[in-house]
Structures are given as structure tokens and as C-alpha cells.
Design a protein around this ligand. Sequence first.
Ligand code: FAD
Length: 316
Amino acid sequence: MVGQRVHVVGAGIIGLSIAHEVARRGHTVTVLAEQRAQASVSSVAAAVWFPYRSGTSPSLPHWLLAARARFEQLAGDPATGVDLREGLVVERDHAVDRSWTAAVPQHHEATPGELPAGAVAGMWATVPVISMPHYLPWLEQACADRGVTFTARRVARVEDVAGGADLVVVAAGMGSGALLGDAALYPVHGQIVRLPNPGLTQWVTDTAHPEGLTYVVPRRDDIVCGGVAQVGSWATHPDPAVEQAILRRVTALVPALAGLPVLSRATGLRPARDALRLEPVAGYSVPVIACYGHGGAGVTLSWGCAEAVADLVDRT
Ligand SMILES: Cc1cc2nc3c(=O)[nH]c(=O)nc-3n(C[C@H](O)[C@H](O)[C@H](O)COP(=O)(O)OP(=O)(O)OC[C@H]3O[C@@H](n4cnc5c(N)ncnc54)[C@H](O)[C@@H]3O)c2cc1C
């Protein structure tokens, strides 16, 4: 049904992408969120297109492909902050899952000489790298251009925003668990440090590094270095010892980073579930659709999931 009044709870990458897609289909959308995107976990994302801790779902390959293709289109417009960049996925296990390469036309095997010590293989891939300080304001504006309106507020109960809506979408990241009484959602704490970019373009991820998750993602204006993936930790302050360890690991991986001053640091709680939740939820006075639990891949899956939610809205 077109022309429905849709309330979206959450203004991170997931809530905004959904708002955009649902408005594009001709519905009237209001986003209700405690924090704007620039203050959300989404603003902390590196953000390279890669399905890290994305949980399981039969639709995952489709969402990955759809989002990658959409970002590739957006890379044609410099104002979006999206660039296509080559990088290296370091592998430390011969049994590593390479199914993500099905969504990436440009990829090839790394040679042994291109790998760090301890790696058994690696894959070069050209994927979207999204400079979030450019992209999130662009996406907010793209929503506004489609008539989406924004209300700054904390939502305590889904029923509190059901009035005046034909349908509610819960896309509130870690806040979704409390809103829908879902104990299956858990935080995976992350920490990053940002350095000035001396001109690097290639990214590298070493997710199974023996001393901890390690990645270097050069963006438009800086380089995001990580990281940490502490399951169940609600820590919200950067730990200086962890930062020093990150800097040691990334400098070993990319020697050009040695001695660069720290621009800024941040932490974020990846909203994780063993299986991402994208489905209608029964039991409310209006139809409710859940879309959360994207773990370390919320940016990577954003457009794919947003299109799937818009399909559900159309069918409701
Ligand atoms: C260090 C780090 C690096 C990452 N790197 C990448 C990467 O390279 N690639 C990638 O794809 N992903 C990456 N991620 C993961 C990605 O950031 C998340 O998957 C994504 O941000 C989740 O988006 P979201 O919109 O669901 O949640 P959020 O960004 O947390 O947004 C939640 C929104 O809901 C609102 N909200 C919550 N509760 C309520 C409530 N009760 N009432 C009203 N509003 C509410 C918030 O205010 C906010 O607006 C990274 C994450 C971290 C921490």
C-alpha cells in the first residue's frame, strides 16, 4: 500500500537508509531519534564495505550485493563521501569464509610477498570506503530532500510513537533490544584512533591478528585505525593502553603510519545478534518492522536491508 505514514525509530546508518528508501517509495516518513547520526555508533564506523560480524541470514548475500552496488553508484558523486578503493583482506586460516567475494566484481588472490608475517593467504578487493563525516550529513539531506522529517526524542515504548502512524520501524541499533524486549542483542565494543592521511588510499584488514582485530582504513580526510571487538562489553571510553596497542599493530602492518600524530579517538558498541533481525513484529496496535543487529557491518548492509524493509512496508 503506498502513502502510508511511517515512523522510523533511529537515525543511525540503518534508520536513515530505511527512511530514504521508504520515502522514495512514496510513503510519508518521520524519523524519531535520541541522537543524530553524527553522534551515533554509525559515526564511529571505519567504514569499509566488508561483512565483519554480520551474523547469519539466508538473505545476507543479497543484501551485501545490493548495498555494494548502491554504494558504487553513489561513488560517482563526490559529494556523497563514497570512494571505491582497493585493499587487502589478510587471512590467517585456510578455512576462512570467502563467500563475500561473490558480491565484489574486482578481487584477486594476494601473493605471499604481499602478506604480513603469520598470514596464510589474502585477497585484494576493490570495495566502497565511506567517509562517514561526509556521508552521514549527505544522507540526512537526501532524506530531507525526499520529505522525511526529523524529531529529536528518546522513545521509551513502541506504543509511544504508534499514534499518528500506520506503521513503525524499529532501527535503533543497541536501543532496539529494550524497545522490543529482545535479549538476543548484545554489544561488541570497538575502539579506534584517527590519524592524518599522508596520501594513502589502500585499506587493510587483519581480523584474526593474534594480538587483536587490526585494520587501517584511509578515508578522505584521515585514516581510521582499529581495533577492538570485545563481546558483551559496554565500555564507552577509549582505553589509552588499548590505543597504544592498536598503534603498534597498525604501524607494523603499514610502516608509513609511524610517528603520525593522533587526530582523535572514539569507541562504539556494535549492535550484534547471532542472526540480524529484519522482520515484522506482532503484538502492537500498528504493524511494526524490526531492523537491527548488524554487528560490524551496518554500513556494509545498509542499502540492502533498507530496500528489504521498504518491500515489507509496501506489502503491509
Ligand atoms: C569501531 C567500529 C568500527 C566499525 N567499522 C565498520 C565498518 O568498517 N563497516 C561497517 O559496515 N560497519 C562498521 N561498524 C559497524 C557499524 O557502525 C554498525 O553496524 C552500525 O553503525 C549500526 O547502525 P545502526 O543505525 O543500527 O545503529 P546506531 O548507529 O547506533 O544508531 C542508532 C540510532 O537509534 C537511536 N536510538 C537508540 N535507542 C533509542 C530510543 N530508545 N529512542 C530514540 N532513539 C533511539 C540512536 O540515538 C541512534 O540515532 C563499526 C562499528 C564500530 C564500533
